[in-house]
Design a protein around this ligand. Structure first.
Ligand code: NAP
Length: 265
């Protein structure tokens, strides 16, 4: 599929500095799309912008922006208003492991701001724009943590559930339009965030996908599905959590992975 012809010239990649978002930015540039790169670390974003321009001959624009800020969505809408944005790609996230009751509330607020508020506003703006021109795509990320309760990561799991259910609902509203909306559910993926949050000790990443695998497999479903779980291991886990366990059993299993490390944090 020619992404540029089908959707528009630019992809707006929110959370492009690292991890899965960086892999998306590379994928879009390799497929001829110009990219707006959003994250907080200005220098890294600028370096990536130059690398993608030189490597793929596309245009790029680094937009440093904290996506937990109240003004984030308005700033991005303004920064991109003169561009032909064809794809909204919302990948950024924030979470902090630990007991909900022990967390500093401002951290919980940040989880809600980046995963719910800013995403919901950008999704609203860009789906309205895409509907008006009957062209465009949204690709966002959620997590297996959205499927069950996520003890010691509870607010994050709930916020990812919001992203999942909101996107699936909006996607269906576009089923007879030339606007493709896809929410990708990933499990363990070898990103800086994932490595940071593993319980201490030897990290076994043999079961974790790479960001590039997540993006390749996920993007292969754009236009074919609205909601897709990447990786056989994650598809099997989803079946197990939803078909073979009660919700309490699934919550207990999820909690057991992190209880020792985070019970007192
Ligand atoms: N890794 C996994 O195992 C896994 C599993 C399931 C689902 N997912 C989902 O996949 C997506 C990507 O996760 P990841 O593991 O790649 O994350 P990551 O490695 O932590 O990267 C997060 C990205 O978001 C940006 N970001 C973080 N906080 C931000 C903020 N306040 N404002 C603007 N940008 C911010 C970071 O750039 P800056 O630091 O420059 O801001 C970075 O580019 C998320 O939606 C996550 O829920 C990941």
């Amino acid at each position: 599929m020619n992404l540029k012809q089908k959707y528009g010239e630019w992809a707006l990649v929110c959370g492009a500095t690292d991890g899965i978002g960086k892999a998306f930015a590379e994928y879009f540039a390799a497929n001829g799309l110009s990219v707006v790169l959003v994250g907080r670390r200005a220098e890294k974003l600028q370096a990536l912008a130059e690398e993608l321009e030189q490597g793929y001959g596309v245009k790029s624009m680094a937009v440093p922006q904290d996506l937990t800020a109240d003004s984030a969505s308005e700033n991005l809408i303004k920064a991109t208003e003169s561009l032909d944005i064809g794809i909204l790609n919302y990948v950024a996230t924030f979470h902090k492991m630990g007991r909900y009751s022990h967390a500093a509330y401002p951290d919980i607020q940040k989880i809600i701001d980046i995963n719910i508020n800013t995403y919901a506003k950008l999704l609203h703006h860009f789906t309205a724009l895409f509907a008006a021109r009957d062209r465009g795509a949204v690709v966002t990320m959620t997590s297996l943590t959205a499927v069950t309760a996520s003890p010691y990561n509870a607010a994050y799991g709930a916020a990812k559930a919001f992203q999942l259910i909101l996107t699936e609902g909006v996607a269906r509203e576009f089923h007879d339009a030339d606007v493709d909306i896809l929410v990708i559910t990933a499990g363990s993926t070898q990103t800086p965030d994932w490595f940071r949050n593993q319980p201490q000790g030897d990290i076994d990443n043999s079961q974790a996908m790479t960001p590039q695998e997540v993006v390749e497999e996920g993007m292969g479903m754009l236009g074919k599905a609205n909601s897709y779980i990447v990786g056989r291991i994650n598809q099997d886990a989803y079946k197990k959590y939803t078909a073979e366990m009660t919700r309490d059993e699934a919550a207990a299993l999820m909690g057991s992975y992190f209880e020792e490390e985070y019970r007192d944090k």
